[in-house]
Write a protein that binds this ligand. Structure first.
Ligand SMILES: Cc1ncc(COP(=O)(O)O)c(C=O)c1O
Length: 385
């Protein structure tokens, strides 16, 4: 086996030390009532893929399709909007504000969109190599936006420096020592997605077996994965699902941190050259790290070809299954699941995860085709890296 696919079982998980009680159903309901006040709020669909589940030899596969979220093609605005709305209500002095952030694209589009809703300004920095379509989508929301020559983590440092120099308000979707209030609100914002999926699963429940035994969550800085994992571990406390964290090989900071085994996060530096732009983050969020370290069952580091497989699996469905247009960072979970179920070389990993014909798997397709040209190259023309 080459190193295109590596999995590590998490020995820390037994401790379950980090408290998850904050990420409960009542908190999620409160967050959702905020989102319900925003124009264009509608729950996104949870899509049952019965044909694919049967083909893979599992009992159920459910994919939450975030491509229609607020008309922005990704889940991300859930976090930015909740943080910015709460900040405006609770602590922002004065009338006119400039919000600043760094982004692979989706988060910045959410910040720009929410700033426009609030009649405020946004400035957005994108890392080197960002697709032009992502820049244009942010500019179209009326924000100032720039593609820098920095990687994601350095672009975050640039945005943070502007808070000090210009007095702008930093809305970053990752936390570090001394910067936790906004990222915690952003993580809370993601609970709406988890709550919707939970309710949709329950609603399917009378007809199908829907309690997830496994949840595959892709991680950049880990804010989304930690919030969603914490929510489901709370609501399914009696029979907790197996949480599997998936990262691109070139930006596998959680995987490497767990492998190092010292309980502390380690960073991936340099150019993180992966098609999964939303996951190209080299430093775990300080809020997400303890949650995933203490509660995720396994971490997978994989080559881009698994994301490409996932995009095709969702984009060219089996007869009877609905099509999901899923972008590079959205599709890697189903891509990895499919490999685990089909590739004999991964049999040991499949067994370690206890994936079998009884399994019910939940995945989150967190974006649509946010880079349409690349989407076509992968889904129509078979591009794999
Ligand atoms: C489409 C998509 N999925 C997943 C993620 C990962 O979220 P996080 O950085 O919170 O781990 C991102 C982050 O930007 C994203 O854009």
């Amino acid at each position: 086996m080459d190193d295109r696919f590596e999995m590590i079982r998490n020995t820390h998980q037994a401790s379950k030390k980090t408290d998850l009680s904050l990420w409960n159903e009542a908190a999620a309901r409160e967050v959702r009532s905020f989102h319900e006040t925003l124009s264009g709020y509608r729950p996104t669909p949870l899509v049952p893929l019965a044909g694919q589940a049967e083909k893979l030899g599992i009992s159920g596969l459910y994919v939450k399709d975030e491509s229609s979220r607020f008309g922005l093609n990704a889940f991300k605005a859930l976090g930015a909007s909740f943080a910015m709305g709460t900040a405006a209500k609770d602590w922002m002095p004065g009338e006119k504000h400039t919000f600043v952030t760094a982004t692979d694209g989706n988060h910045g589009r959410g910040v720009a969109w929410m700033a426009r809703q609030m009649g405020q300004k946004a400035v957005v920095y994108l890392p080197e190599g960002t697709a032009k379509s992502r820049l244009h989508n942010i500019l179209a929301e009326g924000a100032d936006a720039y593609i820098t020559d920095l990687n994601y983590d350095d672009a975050v440092r640039l945005a943070a420096s502007k808070e000090k120099e210009e007095g702008w308000i930093l809305v970053q979707d990752t936390a570090w020592d001394g910067y936790e209030r906004i990222p915690k609100l952003i993580m809370k914002g993601y609970l709406t997605m988890a709550l919707e999926a939970y309710e949709e699963l329950e609603a399917f429940g009378t007809r199908r077996k829907t309690r997830p035994t496994h949840i595959f969550l892709q991680a950049g800085v880990g804010s989304m994965a930690a919030a969603v994992a914490a929510f489901f571990l709370n609501v399914y406390r009696e029979q907790p699902p197996v949480i599997v964290i998936v990262e691109p090989k070139k930006a596998d900071c959680f995987f490497r941190s767990i492998r190092k085994g010292e309980g502390k996060p380690v960073a991936v530096t340099g150019k993180m050259d992966t098609m999964m732009a939303g996951l190209a983050c080299g430093e775990p969020s300080a809020l997400a790290w303890p949650i995933l370290r203490d509660h995720a069952y396994a971490f997978i580091s994989c080559h881009d070809c698994y994301a490409a497989d996932g995009m095709r699996l969702l984009g060219k469905p089996l007869p009877g299954d609905k099509r999901i247009i899923s972008g590079e960072s959205g599709a890697v979970g189903p891509g990895v699941l499919s490999a685990l179920m089909k590739d004999p070389e991964l049999a040991e990993d499949k067994e370690a995860l206890k994936l079998n014909e009884e399994s019910v798997v939940l995945c989150f397709s967190t974006e649509g085709a946010t880079d349409p040209e690349h989407y076509r190259a992968v889904v129509e023309n078979g591009k794999s890296n």
